[in-house]
Design a binder for this molecule. Sequence first.
Ligand code: BGC
Length: 348
Amino acid sequence: MKALTVTPGTRDSARVREMPDPPEADGPILVRTLAVGVCGTDHEIVDGAYGEAPPGEDHLIIGHESLGRVEDAPDGSGFTPGDLVVGIVRRPDPVPCANCAAGQWDMCANGRYTERGIKARHGYASEHYRIHPEFAVRLDPALDRVGVLMEPTTILAKAWEHVESIGHRAAWSPRRVLVTGAGPVGLLAALLGVQRGYDVRVLDQVSSGPKPQLVADLGASYHTDLQDVDADADIIIECTGAGSLVLDVMTRSARNAVVCLTGVSSGSREVGVDVGGLNRGMVLENDVVFGSVNANRRHYEQAAEALTRADRGWLERMISRRVPLERIADALDARDDDVKVVLDLEAG
Ligand code: BGC
């Protein structure tokens, strides 16, 4: 079968090549891949900066934001041919740690988890893949092609769940939310914030392209300068990982704020920080800053519900380009007005 592979650690090694059919050991459900989203993590893997091949192999099939249709599923698996499905990314570590044992592999405590398309396990950018039922999530058929947004939505479903559980350490009535970055992660953070009834402000550096309108259509406000954001926020979801912005947003948190960092910074960058001032502010205002990555099955279910409630046309507009798998180089070539680029495995 055709698959999109990289040689981890080698820059620009992404190729569409013939790979063996998926092994039965991957699970009894056979899925035909319809589409795979491309994200910052994929760019890092293609740049040779991240990613790990399965043990004993040179290549890694990438792709972790999947959408597929079940072709074959055994009786009693809970799936039937024709079901629209998304594959969960992470698999528990083999020990397993207390979190993985409880199905909370997103909180794996020893780092020995694997991730499809990222860490030591083949991903979904292949014509077919196999999966065990506990790692496949069925989607409302009405979502159709926008179902490819499910995996990035799970990242925000988890982030929001954790923000709210931290917030409930005290009586808490948050109103204002600040989201930094209007890429797919930021837009989905804003969508979930609006769905919760919050007053959402989104900060991004671009003033043209589809982002301002996408934000406006959610009923949120769009800003290109942190100083123009009119009030400090009770909740901040940072989605850029851009060093200085990560620190700057902390100066815009209200008392008792919860700040969630979701952006993985690429490389290291030194910025001068007044650690004493930052500490003083956080202590005297009871602020919490925490990081959030990945998602467990519960978050996939929350994300499926959030997508079903969202405006289908708006979700469709988030997908700025659909590119056939063979034109991977095109898909990876970032354009100014890109929001989410999707590899289309049905085209071509
Ligand atoms: C994926 C997560 C994954 C993380 C770190 C993200 O792009 O969406 O599922 O845990 O990368 O590998």
